[in-house]
Design a protein around this ligand. Structure first.
Ligand code: SAH
Length: 326
């Protein structure tokens, strides 16, 4: 579809949502049955050298209480996760310079050494080709780096001058060329976002064809300049999940924590709109409420075991179960 086709669809999304959802679920069932992939998210540091205007852990937020997990603590999270049946670990953090390439590579290597049947995903921001190569050589399988917005003008409104649209793009193409399974994505309803911007996002996703697409509603954080902005719409997020499932039939599509933060049934609604991945939190409960990208983040009080029970029941109620695959 062209940008104009996407724009038309977006402008009429309420009329199109039901039909598209049915189509999306058909495709989801054809490729994945009624199975949902589980990924254990380990938020290992909220220290960040960047200053993205929307993000609660950005450098200039003096109210954020900073933490970083040690290698041993990260491995402990993996152990807990492994025993609970997780076979993919997603290590996410701010851009924390403490974690040099060598340190990160060692952590990934150690996880792969202990849990050879698991996939490791990194989500640690913008790095050089050489750094991405080091992580890849250490055994990293996947990398999540949302493109955030496919419109350079919109990008400028969300990020300081020290960051660039071009560099983020370069990163995504480098990751792909190194053989990572790559996840791109964007926030729905971020400040200044128009339907035209979302149409650009869709055109980019179609062209780049990532293995995974992470989208969730924008949610304001009180210590940012966007504190008074409204959250993104649940309905539009669900519509976009369906559209992306139809557009990229085999893509891995998470029902995100942000979606479950703005709607208590967000995970179920996400799966029933075409999503097929859940990423529960494996970070120690003691640090969970410090990795606050936005306010009111859901599920920050429960131990991983409670989380997985709750999610298993939620999935069962809508006729889905977890896949044992990575
Ligand atoms: N430092 C890593 C991880 C960033 S946090 C990186 O640069 O990729 C992961 C994602 O959370 C971001 O890519 C962004 O899309 C999302 N996010 C950040 N602030 C948010 C907010 N206020 N509301 C919703 N999502 C947000």
């Amino acid at each position: 579809m062209t940008r104009e086709d996407y724009l038309y669809l977006l402008e009429h999304y309420r009329d199109e949502a039901d039909g598209l959802r049915q189509k999306a679920v058909q495709i989801q069932n054809r490729y994945y049955g009624k199975e949902v992939f589980l990924r254990g998210l380990i938020e290992f540091s909220n220290i960040c050298k960047n200053d993205c205007y929307y993000c609660g852990i950005r450098k200039s937020n003096k109210n954020a209480s900073r933490y970083r997990l040690s290698r041993e603590e990260i491995l402990e999270c993996c152990k807990t996760g492994y025993e609970l049946g997780f076979r993919t670990f997603v290590l996410q953090s701010g851009e924390d310079v403490y974690f040099t390439d060598d340190i990160l590579a060692d952590i990934v290597y150690s996880i792969k050494e202990r849990y050879g049947d698991c996939a490791v995903t990194l989500s640690v921001g913008e790095k050089s080709y050489e750094s991405y190569k080091i992580y890849r050589d250490a055994g990293t399988d996947r990398y999540l780096l949302r493109h955030e917005t496919a419109n350079p003008v919109h990008y400028k409104k969300l990020h300081p001058d020290s960051m660039s649209f071009e560099n983020r793009r370069r990163c995504l193409y480098d990751l792909k060329s190194l053989g990572y399974q790559v996840g791109a994505g964007f926030m729905v309803g971020s400040p200044y976002q128009t339907f035209g911007d979302i149409a650009d996002d869709l055109v980019f996703l179609e062209e780049f064809s990532p293995e995974m697409v992470g989208i969730g509603p924008f949610i304001p954080h009180e210590d940012t300049r966007f504190a008074e902005e409204p959250s993104g719409s649940v309905e539009l997020t669900l519509f976009l999940l369906s559209l992306i499932r139809v557009m990229l039939p085999e893509v891995l599509l998470p029902a995100t924590t942000a979606l479950s933060t703005v709607d208590p049934e967000g995970r179920e609604k996400g799966i029933l709109s075409g999503a097929n991945v859940l990423m529960p939190n494996l970070s120690p409960v003691s640090v969970r409420k410090k990795y606050l990208l936005y306010n009111n983040k859901s599920c920050i009080g429960e131990e991983a075991a409670e989380c997985i029970n709750c999610l298993t029941n939620r999935m069962k109620r809508i006729g889905y179960s977890f896949s044992g695959k990575t």
